[in-house]
Design a protein. Structure first.
Lengths: 113, 113
């Protein structure tokens, strides 16, 4: 158990809908990262927050947004969902904002029908 | 330049054999190279990591070999066990400010009994 929690574990929804994925980092970790894992594209970095502020952005679609709250938990919002958004979404956390071990949560499996 | 190329895509090794997974990068600014192990239904977990000031790092049965001039690094799993069957991801990161981890595409390892 990495200490990172993610909810929900599974999510099934329809195209065009909006969902929110939640992540609680390990105690003491200030950085939260979001990744998308699909069969054909591996692990793709989406976005990083450090102590409430956006710090790095990857290949995140404009339909996706995230935030980190004062208690350091983070939410990833996915809107206008498309079939291609079906994937595993992982949250990771780390103590610092730069180099170092990232601890991954168990992931949320999103299925868009 | 941000890519990390990983091979092979899948690997079958007999119990007791040596598993070798290779990665190559282009960006010479990368200076932190971790390997992550992912079991089905779980998030990736850090296995071992290396910085380019050393050519080899060993932790138990797992060894990273690093060739800075060739911009290549590899993971060797000695005495491979069925419990090592998992997907392995190499990654690279620049150690300046807020830098994302760039992951390879993953290698699915199956160790046959």
């Amino acid at each position: 158990d990495s200490g990172v929690t993610q909810t929900p574990k599974h999510l099934i929804t329809a195209t065009g809908q909006r969902v929110t994925l939640r992540c609680s980092p390990r105690s003491g970790d200030l950085s939260v990262y979001w990744y998308q894992q699909s069969l054909d594209q591996g692990l793709q970095f989406l976005i990083q927050y450090y102590n409430g502020e956006e710090r790095a952005k990857g290949n995140i679609l404009e339909r996706f947004s995230a935030q980190q709250f004062p208690d350091l938990h983070s939410e990833l919002n996915l809107s206008s969902l498309e079939l291609g958004d079906s994937a595993l979404y992982f949250c990771a956390s780390s103590v610092s904002a730069g180099e170092g071990e990232q601890f991954f949560g168990p992931g949320t499996r999103l299925t868009v029908l | 330049q941000q890519q990390v190329k990983q091979s092979p895509q899948s690997l079958i090794v007999q119990k007791g054999g040596i598993s070798i997974i290779n990665c190559a990068y282009e960006n010479t600014a990368f200076d932190y190279f971790p390997w992550y192990q992912q079991f089905p239904g779980k998030g990736p977990a850090l296995l071992i990591a290396i910085r380019p000031d050393v050519s080899e790092k060993k932790e138990g049965r797992f060894t990273i070999s690093f060739n800075k001039s060739a911009k290549q690094f590899s993971l060797h799993i000695m005495d491979s066990q069925p419990g090592d069957s998992a997907t392995y991801f190499c990654a690279a990161q620049k150690n300046t400010g807020f830098q994302k981890l760039v992951f390879g595409t993953g290698t699915r390892l199956l160790v046959s009994p």
